[in-house]
Every structure is written in structure tokens, then in C-alpha cells.
Design a protein around this ligand. Sequence first.
Ligand code: ADP
Length: 411
Amino acid sequence: MKQALLVINSGSSSVKFAAYDVARPDSALARIANGRIEGIGGKPRLLVWGQDGALLEDSRISVSADPVLGPEEAFEALFDWLGRHAAGRTLLAVGHRVVHGGERFARPARVTPEILAQLDGFTPLAPLHQPHNLSAIRAIASLLPELAQVACFDTEFHATQPWVAQACALPRHITEAGVKRYGFHGLSYEYIASVLPGHLGAAANGRVVVAHLGNGASLCAMQDRRSVASTMGFTALDGLMMGTRCGSLDPGVVLYLMSGLGMSVQAVEKLLYEQSGLLGVSGISGDMRTVEASDTPEARQAIELYVYRVGQQLGSLAAPLGGLDALVFTAGIGENSASLRRRVCEDAAWLGVALDEDANQAQASGPRCISTPGSRVAVWVIPTNEELMIARHTQAVLQGRGAHDWRADGM
Ligand code: ADP
């Protein structure tokens, strides 16, 4: 009997998923399909693409009693589709991206009701993501109670950071209560770290900064392919300017918003997570494509500030690394916006970055080097694959191996 794994990345208005064949006897994973349910809370649609990228499904999901589609109905529609296209496969387990694992979860975990309750405790630290990650687990547990579910954490990869990179300069009792810099986008960084040797050779183990520039955005400094520092901290708000999040901000601003402007905690949370970043500064959109396509002065300034912040934070990571051997761009903006990469690389010339503009502009989608042969810093674009990392960890947990040994990938 053929077996499959399902990976879920559940957000506020969409659920992304990918299904993998567990081929025997070597347990290699091959993606069979991927897709998303979009428009949750509005007019929901199910979109599925096959192995070869061909669109297999694009349909409205009919909503029964309630006019708004909840997570359970969304997953019912997904499992219905998967059941009709299973081709004799049985579903072994579901692996989930869970943004915050706090101090307690340094490895992927098979979800139990107790673990779910503990993960609920991190919701205030990741209000944009954690509730949706967990409601997906709950919805699937109520639909298919016997199905194994594994949580894989975005914080996990950063557990190797030295104390100084994780510490906040706050009184000890606050730090001991868990207020420290965790870092995020760990599943993306782990994937990039796993494929680095295949592309960079020996330089993979040198001083590398990976720029994950998507709707959320952060930089990770790696030495020997382990995280030594990250621009995101206690929450996924810190560091770079993002689609709708502000990034680094003087904490005095938060105090002023509340005590000076009388804003409530909820209003400040909404402002910083959902109304700031590219959206707030451009006044148009939090989507880079839309902002790049606009020629208003506000849109231009939004990109200028975005680039300035990437450069500034790149410098802040080059400092603990003691220089830079490689810079890797990944995620939606990092993989697709040649003009953003050019501007970031121009500002990073002082670090030894020399961009090959033809290579940067080339229409390509796979991993590629975009620096000149003489550049002191190798610059690469490497598409990320968080779903594959989650599938590999899920499989490892099911096999009792605890976590996937990504350092051995591609060696
Ligand atoms: P998420 O963090 O939700 O996974 P993605 O990694 O898909 O997000 O990144 C989404 C971002 O990538 C959006 O700001 C989008 O505009 C941007 N993006 C995607 N393609 C392009 C492109 N061709 N040029 C500029 N930005 C792009």
C-alpha cells in the first residue's frame, strides 16, 4: 500500500498545503501535489497543482450553514479532494508549520492535547500566525482523530545562537520568564542550510547571511550552517520592515502610543502587525509587487526604507560574523524581485558584494549565483522549501528518529 504525508501551513485567510509520496524502501519524499485554500472568511476557493506544475483544481468551496467558511469546513473540502485523488495511497500523518515553540520545543513534536495547550500559551507572542497554525491542528483532529499530527517550529533552528544573540538587556527575572530573542523563519533557513554545500561548496560553512524576504521578512546569520544571530527576536515583529509589520521600533514609541495617544493594547497590536511596513508607509499595499508597480512618492519611499533597513540589519549581522562570505536571497521578494536585490547589493558593496546584473536580471527560477566571479561575497538566489523540511521532520518523528538530520542532506 502506497503512503503519503500532508504538510499544512495555515494562515489567517489562506491555508497552503503540499502532499508527498513516501516512496519505499528508501523513504525518499516526492511531492505529488501542492495548493492552497484561499478566501477563508470570504469566498473560499480550492486550488491544487500537480507534480509538474499543471493546475489540477480551481473551484469554489460551497459553504453550508454559516456564510463564513471556518477551518473545519476548509479541511473537510481539502480531505474530500485528497480522498478522491488518493490513487490507493493512505495518509500517514499531517505535518504543520507552527511559528512559535517557545523555549520548550527545540525539536518537532507529535501533537497531543497537552502539547496543544502548551502551544496555545505562545499565541500572544505570534498573534498573526499561532492561532491559525493551532486551529488547523484542532480542525484536523476533530475530523480525523486517529491521524498523527506533527508540529514543526519556526523558532527551532535558532536554538544554536549564543547567549548574547538571544538575550534582551532586561532584568534577569524577565529573561528567566522566557523573554528572549527566539528568531523565526527557521524552517526556511534550515532548508537553505541543508542545500548550501551543494551550491557554495566549502564557503557554505563560512560566514553566510540568508535574507528571507517574503510577506514576513528576516535575516539569519549562519556560521558552519548554524544560526548565530537573526533580525527577528521575541516576536516576529522585530528586525526588517515587512509587508504589514513595522520591524525594529524604539520601544518608547509603543509606550507613547498607549500613554500619549491613548491607544489600547489591541489597537497597537493591529497597528504594528497589520497596518505598518510597506502598507503603512506606501499607503497602497503590503504586497511588494503592487508597491513596485506604483510610482507615487510614498511607494518609492516605502521601497527606499525597506532597502535601507535590509542594509542596516545586514551590517548588524556582519558584525558578529566578523565579515561576510555569502549572501543568499530567498522567499517571494528575495527570489523574484531583481530590482530589490540590485538595490540591496549596491548598498552592500562595502562588505565586498559585487553583483552580476545580467545574472541578477536573468529569467530563471532555480538556485543561481548572481555575483561577479571577482566578488568577495558570493551572492545567490535559492528558492526556499519549508514544506519539504516539514515533511522530512514529520517522517522522522513517525519513524522515532526525533527530527530529520538535515546536515546530512545532499552530502
Ligand atoms: P509568505 O511570507 O506569505 O510565504 P511569499 O514568500 O510568497 O510570502 O512572499 C510574498 C511577497 O513576495 C509579496 O510581497 C509579493 O509581492 C512578493 N513577490 C512575489 N513575486 C514578486 C515579484 N515578481 N516581484 C516583486 N515581488 C514579488
